[in-house]
Design a protein around this ligand. Structure first.
Ligand SMILES: [Fe+2]
Length: 194
């Protein structure tokens, strides 16, 4: 049947839209980030080290129907960020610029409450609230990460160019210029050093 042909040529897979998850497929890559793998990502490193390193902070799926680096292709991703905090800082993804800095990206929220945290090359940081149905455009030359500010898993999807690449090093070395903290129960961006 035609559907078999589509699968064999890798142009179609399936998503569970309620969960925001891709169904298993040979072209879907999956990874899990635990607290133990997120050294120096959170403000209070002592607090992170005191927590169970096996706690899952987020899971990422990526559908890569063309080879990484292909110009003109696109990748699709699904991420689930678990609820939680390290001290007063919400669980969040590592964050990255794109290796090709002018490459952009879409994010959309399936369920949950959170924030897309963005930082330009001048290290100005801002955020956009994420909730079911929110759709976000990440402009060129802007680093991005996702934080869960709610009590349920935050489920998001993303789409980005297959030649964008990920530059994690700049964030590993310098972080973002502000952090999203729970201040008296309200998600608040707090500049570093304050
Ligand atoms: Fe990205």
């Amino acid at each position: 049947m035609e559907q078999h042909t589509n699968y064999e040529f890798g142009r179609m897979i399936r998503m569970d839209w309620e969960k925001g998850l891709l169904l298993p497929h040979a072209q879907v890559r999956e990874s899990v980030k635990t607290l133990g793998q997120l050294q120096n990502v959170f403000l209070n490193e002592d607090a992170r080290q005191a927590m169970n390193p096996d706690i899952v902070v987020y899971r990422v799926q990526a559908w890569c129907p063309v080879p990484e680096g292909t110009e003109g292709g696109q990748f699709w991703g699904s991420s689930v960020i678990e609820p939680g905090q390290v001290d007063s800082e919400y669980f969040m993804t590592h964050g990255h610029f794109h290796l090709k800095p002018d490459r952009t990206e879409y994010y959309a929220t399936i369920t949950g409450e959170g924030a897309l945290i963005l930082m330009d090359e001048a290290r100005k940081t801002w955020m956009e609230p994420m909730s079911s149905g929110s759709l976000h455009f990440v402009p060129p030359k802007v680093a991005h990460r996702v934080a869960n500010t709610g009590k349920e898993p935050l489920r998001v999807v993303a789409c980005w160019p297959s030649d964008a690449g990920h530059d994690y090093d700049a964030i590993r070395k310098f972080g973002f210029s502000a952090r999203l903290l729970n201040v008296h129960g309200k998600a608040t961006l707090v500049e570093n050093g304050n």
